[in-house]
Design a protein around this ligand. Structure first.
Ligand SMILES: [Zn+2]
Length: 422
């Protein structure tokens, strides 16, 4: 062996040892309350936000930061209908030590939170409270920075299983929904908190619209009781990431005689049941010590064919950035965390798209983070777009016929180009 090769070999051994030493998987979590005081009108979709007179529960931003070696990732959920990249990118710019493309920001899709889209009316006027949104932007960054500063050695418990009981159904066709619930629980593996949960992330497809926007109430809807239950049961900071809940996977608040329960009690029943199911499913999972972490991101582009969506994107005071004439770009992420693989969805994918993409993922534990990094409305397969009369509304509030197709193509490409999880 010549001298140069020996030096290279020694360097390699030292490098591997040092990197290996510093490469224990770490996790940290933090949250911020974003309940507006005084209360603000709430938005459940296009149109003028509705006045509120009371609140049920509080709105939060919740952040989980994970790191292994020099890969550092933040997963954030916001109690809101949708969280456009124009806002998310402002937080990304305030976050220290994590690459903007490694920050995933998802909305829970509560229909009882302030308007974050800046929906314009026919005259182009919007009633979004920019000061409130700016405050949320800062709190998202604060929560991530705090979680980042609290990183500690962690192991993971990961499971995907069927959540049983009366939680969700498809309003358009009862059975056409995905009952799988994915859970990632980070557990401190050394130090004073050893054995205690740092955070529990729940991934499930549902519309948190038990209360809705028309009752004068500001609320996290069923997500609030879900967080509370998980935290009360020792799950650490609870996070909720929605799934492929479009057209129209919603909370099963059905009563007899075609009536619905639309109150906070029902939010508690469903949120607590989902929390209990999540904890039951993850309970028996094997502990993953020092799991791997991988994060990829791509910019993907969609044409904006819908006149309504063009109008909203152009006239909103949050100043959405267009990537060309009637085109939008967004961040698509793929994460491998231990044995799980996660893909983001920049909107409300219909459940058939969710099933298809999950089936193509290289894991037995597929997670889909819906309404993450952007929320461009419904995403249908082209054969579904404007097909059934039932799909008129979801087609109208979609970017266009090809949105779902482009998403599936890009998602499959990213899966093929990424390594398999553990
Ligand atoms: Zn929706």
């Amino acid at each position: 062996m010549n001298k140069k090769r020996l030096v290279t070999l020694l360097y390699f051994i030292c490098h591997v040892t040092l990197v290996g030493y510093a490469q224990h998987f770490k996790a940290g979590a933090a949250l911020r309350n974003i309940t507006p005081n005084p209360l603000l009108p709430v938005s459940g979709g296009i149109g003028t936000p509705k006045k509120t007179v009371e609140k049920n529960g509080d709105l939060f931003v919740r952040a989980l930061v994970i790191q292994k070696g020099d890969t550092k990732v933040a997963i954030v959920n916001v109690d809101n209908l949708g969280w456009p990249a124009a806002l998310g990118n402002k937080s990304r710019a305030l976050i220290k030590g994590i690459k903007p493309e490694n920050v995933l920001i998802g909305a829970t899709h509560t229909h009882s939170g302030p308007d974050a889209y800046g929906f314009p009316n026919e005259k182009g006027e919007s009633f979004a409270d920019m000061k409130y949104l700016d405050d949320c932007v800062k709190k998202i960054a604060d929560a991530v920075n705090e979680a980042s500063g609290k990183l500690e050695d962690a192991s993971l418990k990961i499971a995907v299983g069927e959540a049983k009981g009366k939680i969700a159904y498809n309003y358009y066709a009862d059975q056409l929904y995905d009952p799988r619930c994915g859970i990632i629980q980070a557990i401190a593996s050394s130090g004073a908190n050893k054995g205690k949960a740092i955070a529990t992330l729940v991934n499930y497809a549902i519309h948190p619209e038990v209360i809705g926007s028309g009752r004068g109430i500001l609320s996290p809807d069923l997500c609030g009781p879900l967080y509370d239950r998980i935290e009360a049961k020792g799950g650490g900071v609870a996070l909720f990431m929605n799934g492929a809940q479009g057209g129209m996977v919603t909370a099963d608040n059905r009563r007899e005689n075609r009536e619905e329960a639309n109150n906070w009690e029902e939010c508690k029943r469903i949120g607590e049941l989902l929390a209990d199911e999540a904890l039951r499913i993850v309970d028996g999972a094997a502990l993953q010590e020092n799991p791997s972490l991988f994060c990829a991101s791509r910019q993907i582009e969609f044409p904006v064919d819908s006149e309504i969506m063009r109008f909203i994107l152009k006239n909103s005071p949050i100043k959405n950035k267009m990537s060309g004439e009637n085109r939008v770009a967004t961040q698509l992420n793929l994460l491998n965390i231990g044995t799980a693989q996660i893909l983001t969805v920049p909107g409300e994918a219909l459940p058939n798209i969710g099933y298809y993409v999950k089936r193509k993922m290289n894991t037995k534990q597929p997670f889909l983070f819906g309404l993450t990094n952007d929320a461009f409305g419904y995403m249908l397969a082209k054969v579904d777009f404007n097909s059934f009369k039932r799909y008129e509304y979801v087609s109208r509030t979609s970017l266009g016929e090809m949105t779902g197709e482009i998403y599936m193509e890009q998602a499959l490409k990213l899966i093929a180009e990424s390594p398999r999880p553990d």
